[in-house]
Design a protein around this ligand. Sequence first.
Ligand code: BTN
Length: 251
Amino acid sequence: MLYKRLERNLIHLAIVDSTNDYAANLIKTSEVPSGTTIVTSNQQKGRGQRSAMWTTQANKNLTFSLIFFSNEKIQKAFYLNIAASLAVFKTLSDLKIESKIKWPNDILVQGKKICGILIDNSFSGDKIQSSIIGIGLNVNQKDFGDLKEATSILNEIGQEVEVMDIYEQLFGYLDFYLNLLMESNYKILLQRYYEQLLGLNQEGEFESKGIKFRGIITGVSEIGLLKIQTSEGTKEFDLKEIRMSYPSNFF
Ligand code: BTN
C-alpha cells in the first residue's frame, strides 16, 4: 500500500483536559485522516510519562496531539518515539537551540527539559492500529515555579515566538521523519537518534529497583529498551525500571 503523507487537519480547542485523550475519543467516534492534530492553548489535565501530570501555563506553550495511522509492526513502535524526538530536535535546532534527547524522548537543553512527548498506541494483531503523538513544548513560558529543571524557547533565545509558527515547523519535520519511518529507514532513524542521545557511550549513575549502580549507555534495543553496560554485563531496562542521573559534563 502506498504511504500517504500527513494531512493538515488542525482542530483548535480553547480548553481541554488532555489533547491525547480528546484525540483517542475522536478516532473512536469518527474517521479522520493521518496527520489530524488537536491543539489547545489551555490544557487542564495533561498526561505525562510514568503516569505523571504535564502542567503548562495557558496561552504560552505548544500543546498538541497528532493522530498517525501507520500499520507498522508492533516491534517497531519505538521508531515513533525516535521520529517525534528528532522532529522536535530539528525544530529547536532551526532556532539555534542546541538540545539533546534523553531516552526515551525527553528533549533537554543544558540539562533542562524543554519538551515532553507521550505516544499512545493502539494495537490490532501484530500491527499498530493508531498512534497519538502528544507533544508539550515550552515556548513562551518564563517561570516554572518549583520546577528548576525546565526551560522554554523564550528562556533560551531571549525573545517570544509565535506558538503556531513553531507548530508549522514541527509539523513539517514530523511529516519528514514519519515518512522516513514509513519507508522503513530504521537504520537512518536510529543513527540520527544516537547522534543526539544524551549520555551515549558515557558513564553515568543509574538506579533500578532501589539499587544504585554505574554503567554506560550503549544504545537502545530494537523494541526501545535502554541498554546499559554494567559490571555484570549489558542489561536492558524499560522506562519504569530505571532512573538516571547524569553528570554535568554530559551537557
Ligand atoms: C512527559 O514528558 O512526561 C510527556 C509529556 C507529554 C505532554 C503532552 S502535552 C500534549 C499531549 N496531551 C497530553 O495529555 N500529554 C501530551
